[in-house]
Design a protein around this ligand. Structure first.
Ligand code: AMP
Ligand code: TRP
Length: 336
């Protein structure tokens, strides 16, 4: 028996921010040696809302380079681009036909994003979770490490897999593997710097609401200086009246690599004037090695290209095997 499998992905909608890093990519890196990992840049998901064709290719490359810069190790992990493996679109179509419409209409993220889009809601936005299910199920992933916001999509993925197995498989011979979510407690929901009750998001209009992994030290300093706080002196976790305080302490804890207890003790008596520069310095130092590595990778485009070529080859092999199994189970004429 080989190692259990992991699959995860991030959309190439601009750069990665601290929520993506602390909620997802950092956990991939921590776990990777125990698993066989597939990490994709989900460019097909990025076009479910209006996108910029001038920057899509560049953003896709940048996210792949950031995976490497954050420590994804090719000894354990395969990095690839979702749209380069045609099986994702093909399985998504098959799953579309086995997924009840009302399962999708219930999705919280769809409702939220649809509200923002107004008149301009694409069929793709509704279908987004089915494509995500295809991403995961193609690789027979055992675990899917994501942030808290993806929990409902993973439950849907499980429901779709179970339904396909019920319709087309035998109990002793399932068609699809039913995956489990892997959501770490700390970092699963990094909140906006401008409002501690809203999650940090790429789609927030305000750049001040998030710290991007490639922000310069000056920008990080400025964003933290301007971030929302409260007039209370002394800092502690878990106070529902102080969401910003909880969020910023959690960021400090994760970026400094300390335990929650030691952060709680260190910051108990601190005021914001002392804490903010400390957090800024910690964030700058934590991101510096990632930024250095990113610059090196981007300076050698041939290297990134070869990583992606190899990744696409491996991903295609794994994905095609599953797609064939589903086609066969659903009764399609085999390809000649
Ligand atoms: P996205 O940027 O929507 O493609 O998200 C990529 C990954 O980052 C997913 O695993 C998300 O759950 C995770 N993620 C996005 N925003 C946050 C956040 N604010 N806090 C924690 N995880 C997040
Ligand atoms: N929907 C995920 C997000 O926005 C991104 C994603 C697409 C994904 N396919 C995936 C995450 C498969 C994990 C596994 O966060």
């Amino acid at each position: 028996m080989g190692k259990p499998r992991i699959l995860s992905g991030v959309q190439p909608t601009g750069n990665l921010h601290l929520g993506n890093y602390l909620g997802a990519v950092r956990n991939w890196v921590e776990l990777q040696s125990e698993y066989e990992n597939f990490f994709c840049v989900v460019d097909l998901h990025a076009i479910t809302v209006p996108h910029n064709p001038q920057s899509l290719a560049q953003d896709t490359q940048a996210v792949a380079a950031l995976y490497l810069a954050c420590g994804v190790d090719l000894r354990y992990s395969t990095i690839f681009i979702q749209s380069h493996v045609a099986a994702h679109s093909e399985l998504a179509w098959l799953l579309n036909c086995f997924t009840p419409l009302n399962w999708l209409e219930r999705m919280i993220q769809f409702k939220e994003k649809a509200l923002k889009q107004g008149e301009n809601v694409s069929v793709g936005l509704l279908d987004y979770p089915v494509l995500m299910a295809a991403d995961i199920l193609l690789y027979s992933a055992d675990k899917v490490p994501v942030g808290e916001d993806q929990k409902q999509h993973l439950e849907l993925t499980r429901d779709i897999a179970i339904r396909v197995n019920d319709k087309f498989g035998q109990p002793e011979n399932p068609v699809l593997k039913v995956p489990d979510p892997l959501i770490q407690k700390a970092g699963a929901r990094v909140m906006s710097l401008a409002d501690g009750t809203k999650k940090m998001s790429k789609s927030d209009e305000s750049e001040l609401s998030r710290i991007n992994l490639l922000d310069s030290p000056e920008t990080i300093q400025k964003k933290i200086k301007k971030c929302k706080t409260d007039p209370v002196k002394g800092l502690w976790f878990d106070d529902p009246e102080r969401p910003e305080c909880h969020n910023l302490l959690t960021l400090y804890q994760l970026l400094s690599g300390q335990s929650r207890e030691s952060v709680a003790a260190e910051c108990r008596e601190m005021g914001w004037g002392q804490f903010k520069p400390l957090l800024a310095e910690t964030a700058i130092e934590a991101l510096r090695p990632i930024q250095d590595k990113y610059q090196k990778i981007m300076a050698d485009p041939g290297y990134l290209q070869s990583v992606l070529r190899e990744g696409n080859h491996k991903a295609n092999q794994a994905a095609t095997a599953t797609l064939e199994r589903v086609r066969e189970a659903a009764g399609f004429l085999p390809k000649t």
